[in-house]
Design a protein around this ligand. Structure first.
Ligand code: 13P
Length: 246
């Protein structure tokens, strides 16, 4: 059975004080987390330790937003896998479109990061997705298949999450129709060797569309940006109820 993973990606938001304030509100709103799902907060590096300590013994897990492919070395500004796991980090976002757009991330560097994350004992969340121009040109499928083919070379699909994040739906309020997201997620699954990989949808997920998104049979979770910054809103997303797989 595929695991449901509901993850927040805080991007470059929240100081430690703000992270703790979020946690107070979030945990008080969070219902008992059903066994079928993981709740993950992918936070700035500077928030990892304090959240990890505060969440010790909790079902809420911690993720980072990047990892370098070497275990150590002269790589100013980078963070290694063991530095993350030492702080209790369990997940790491890899190849997010913002890293591809602003920080020269490529399919090849994403592939190196995926393998390094797995070697360190982290579960990587590989982000793929098309731009508006690629969609309008009919290139959605070929673009995503290329990202998967290059990104997943020698990657262990037993310890992997993939997130379908159409770039035009990120931060725009312009959610991909849930049936279309379901279709693309199904196509992504057809390209994987392990049919049990968790595949998320990401892009303007909100409390008022989570139930519809999670009702789609191919979609195993969400990667949430803006709406994960609000404790009450993200608790509503994590608490979504739908009798999946029943
Ligand atoms: P929004 O939920 O703000 O659209 O961001 C999605 C995202 O980029 C998650 O990684």
């Amino acid at each position: 059975m595929r695991k449901i993973v509901i993850a927040g990606n805080w991007k470059m938001y929240k100081t430690q004080a703000e992270a703790l304030e979020f946690l107070r509100g979030f945990t008080s709103e969070l219902e008992t987390i059903p066994d079928d799902r993981d709740i993950v907060l992918c936070v700035p590096f500077t928030d990892l330790e304090i959240l990890s300590r505060s969440l010790h013994g909790s079902r809420i897990q911690i993720g980072a937003q990047n990892v370098h492919w070497e275990t150590a070395g002269a790589y100013t500004g980078e963070i290694s896998g063991s530095m993350l796991t030492e702080l209790g980090t369990r997940f790491v976002v890899v190849g997010h479109s913002e890293r591809r757009q602003y920080f020269c991330e490529t399919n090849e560097t994403a592939n190196l990061r995926l393998k390094a994350a797995q070697k360190a004992g982290l579960t990587p969340i590989l982000c793929v997705g098309e731009t508006k121009q690629q969609r309008d040109a009919g290139d959605t499928e070929s673009h995503i298949f290329n990202q998967l083919e290059k990104g997943l070379v020698d990657v262990n699909q037993q310890n992997l999450v993939v997130a379908y994040e159409p770039i035009w739906a990120i931060g725009t309020g312009d959610t991909c129709a849930s049936t279309e997201a379901n279709r693309v997620v199904g196509l992504i699954r057809s390209k994987l060797t392990n049919p049990n990989v968790t595949i998320q949808y990401g892009g303007s997920v909100k409390p008022d569309n989570i139930d519809e998104i999670m009702a789609q049979p191919e979609i195993d979770g969400v990667l949430v940006g803006g709406a994960s910054l609000d404790a009450k809103g993200f608790a509503r997303i994590a608490n979504y109820q739908f009798p999946k797989y029943q």
